[in-house]
Unconditional design. Structure first.
Length: 359
């Protein structure tokens, strides 16, 4: 297939592109606006392939989207372009409304027109795959509050109850995709994933932030008591799942993707600290740098994905345990400081502005 990937310079999008180019014969068009979290260095190993090309474009820009579709004639769209950092959504929600809602609407409308004009055989095979998050479901009972019976998990039938401007904007985009499928017959797929981690994760996110603050001798901030629970999914496992869905998923269906790794935030931080004690020892244990800070407003208590549908129907399961995945992640950050430094110093942003103009 020729697959158009929006947000392909982001964390999950770049992992998907690296996987597609390295391990499949699919062609990839990477469409990305290159905002603060988009980094072409994350797809550098794929960029030399004749099956890869890059288009700098904003999903809110209809003429640019129409040009890209007419030029490249994709067989599928995998839509990952989104503002995704919860803290940023609390401080400035407007960018999340613009990109995640208006951008998804614009993309859907362009895709609908493109799909309707395809020859019948290509029309039947076309797929629009929208990549979303488990945060649209709100949160689940915490073990400290749920004393009897099995703890519930998110399924594909769980009602939406978003808590933050970020998750509300993603819930809105999910509903738009569902509406375009029902009203216009667009062959869509939706996946809702748990927290991703792995190489090339933007430094402000929890796991890279902990690693980088630890090795630079800075306090390691933990919200509240650190007892919030997340299900952690290694990003390459997620890339495999996304490909499985776009190749084999049933149009109109939703699939939840989880890592089977429920951990409290404090467990995650302490695991990283203990790994660093072994991989880069210092005079004092890294745990001594942990600092508890005021909790985030509206902080969800627990997320947990029931991934039985994708396992039973499509045969996907995660290959990494949390222990194996987190060790690979810590080692990657220790061995790729130049990638981090280019972001933190502003060097990469200066290169983007020189190449493509100021954002």
């Amino acid at each position: 297939m020729k697959i158009l990937i929006t947000g392909g310079a982001g964390f999950i999008g770049s992992a998907l592109i690296r996987y597609l180019i390295a391990e499949t014969n699919h062609e990839v068009i990477n469409l990305d606006k290159l905002t603060y979290a988009g980094n072409l260095a994350s797809v550098e190993e794929a960029a030399s392939s004749p099956r890869y090309c890059f288009e700098k474009a904003d999903i809110c820009n209809r003429p640019e989207l129409e040009r890209v579709f007419q030029t490249h004639q994709p067989d599928a769209v995998m839509h990952l372009a989104a503002e995704s950092h919860v803290d940023r959504s609390i401080d400035g929600p407007s960018a999340f409304i613009e990109t995640n809602i208006i951008g998804t609407y614009t993309l859907l409308d362009v895709v609908k027109s493109y799909w309707q004009a395809l020859p019948l055989e290509r029309k039947e095979g076309f797929r629009f795959h929208h990549i979303s998050t488990d945060e649209v479901y709100g949160d689940l009972p915490h073990p400290s509050e749920h004393r009897q019976g099995k703890l519930p998990m998110f399924t594909e039938k769980t009602a939406y109850k978003p808590s933050s401007p970020y998750s509300a904007s993603k819930a809105s985009s999910d509903h738009l995709v569902t509406a375009w499928a029902r009203t216009y017959g667009l062959p869509t797929l939706i996946t809702n994933c748990s927290n991703n981690y792995g190489p090339y994760h933007f430094p402000e996110k929890l796991i890279p932030l902990v690693i980088l603050n630890a090795i630079n001798g800075k306090p390691i901030p933990v919200y509240g008591l650190g007892d919030q629970i997340r299900d952690w999914l290694y990003v390459k496992d997620h890339a495999r799942a996304l490909l499985t869905v776009v190749e084999s998923g049933k149009a109109g269906e939703t699939y939840n993707i989880g890592g089977h790794n429920e951990k409290t935030n404090l467990d995650v931080v302490e695991t990283i600290c203990d790994l660093l004690d072994t991989l880069r020892p210092q005079s004092t244990p890294y745990r001594e740098q942990i600092t508890f800070v005021k909790d985030r407003p509206g902080h969800d208590r627990r997320y947990a994905i029931d991934a039985s549908k994708i396992e039973k129907e499509l045969g996907w399961r995660p290959q990494e345990t949390f222990q194996s995945g987190i060790e690979k992640t810590v080692r990657w950050y220790l061995n790729n400081q130049e990638w981090v430094e280019a972001i933190q110093s502003g060097e990469y942003r200066q290169w983007v502005e020189k190449q493509y103009g100021e954002q």
